[in-house]
Design a protein around this ligand. Sequence first.
Ligand code: PLP
Ligand code: ZN
Length: 414
Amino acid sequence: MSFVERLVCSRCGTKYEPGENPVMCRKRDLGRLDVVYDYDGISNRFDRRRLESRKSRDIWRYEELLPVSSGFAVRLGEGGTPLVHARRLGEKLGMKRLHLKDDTRNPTASFKDRAMAVGSAKAIELKKKDVATASSGNAAASLAAYSAGGAMSCHAFVPPEASAGKIAQLLLYGASITRCAQVKKGEDATVKAMLDAVDRFGYYPCPSFGPFNPYQVEGPKTIVYELFEQGALEGLDAILVPTGSGCLLTGIWKGLRDLKELDLIGDYPGIVAVQPAGNQALVRAIRKRATFDRIVPESYPASVAGGLLDPYPWDGDAAMTGVRETRGGGVSVSDRDILRSVRELAAYEGIFAEPSGAAGLAGLEKSLSEGTIGRDDAVVVLVTGSGLKEPDRIIEMFEGKNVGGAKKPNRNRP
Ligand SMILES: Cc1ncc(COP(=O)(O)O)c(C=O)c1O
Ligand SMILES: [Zn+2]
């Protein structure tokens, strides 16, 4: 049973019936088709007691708040990840109430499985045979896995710096890989190539950017529902989110809003966007209190955090609303800070993260030093991708080469 009432374009307000199964606004205005749910219908099925009695541990546990039926889903065990009380790291930072949401523990080792499980289920419902994505690697690797399970061909458009671990996943899952040019003057060649292929060959677009697929945005909301069930939302002050395109952050915001609509939570925790210093168009806009339409893409993004290099925050509109409405914020972190966080997660808590996945911790440490988060605050840091994706980066850290600044400079930089 579906509780989707309609989809509404975030730019022009055009409404779509769920049965139209829209993917992009017909005006092609880069609006995201936000999914609107029938909360009245959901509310008498979705409360703590009823949730507790459910058996499934994956994201489909929360099916009422997802835009596609689990009957179409390839189920690899996405979601249901642990919330770790970071005692040793907390002690080091002087914090008693620090938790890490360990989303490295997903089937393809990043949080993107939550998004791609939903996006691919929609493609299967629509009987698509070919799906396309533009991605630095994690979303593509994930879509490739779900495509394999759903007997679809996955066409991945990736940047030249995509890591070996992510490329290996793509190869083994049987995706066709097109290596595109590096970002130049703010233009993302992977997105352009994906859209060309969608237009020319009729592929179903499924990148983890809202304007090009509205269904997958809903998957990462399940992080919030899990935090609710794990008891982490009560009295929570802040949630730190590694951010590239802003799609994950948009999901976190939508999840919080869903729970508020259902009367299941009180105050929102502040959502804090964390971006690398070498690619921070969204954080800059948040800090300047600029409006979304004033955001200009980062011309030559460069960072050790390869998953956070989208030059343009495609979902920045909703992300900025989420940050504002929750009285959160934005911080940028250096590559040195990010690599230190990779080490700290492993050394203090046994969590093996890739740089993009560890950036949230770097954001926490920066926020503590800026005084925007207090040491007595209750905080959740999202850890979003596994270090096994980028082993060479980690070996490099220990061999002493490039420690603290291992970024490959953007080759297009003039
Ligand atoms: C490990 C990891 N964390 C965080 C993100 C950021 O997600 P978003 O682009 O939705 O902001 C990505 C994106 O690729 C990622 O790979
Ligand atoms: Zn529109």
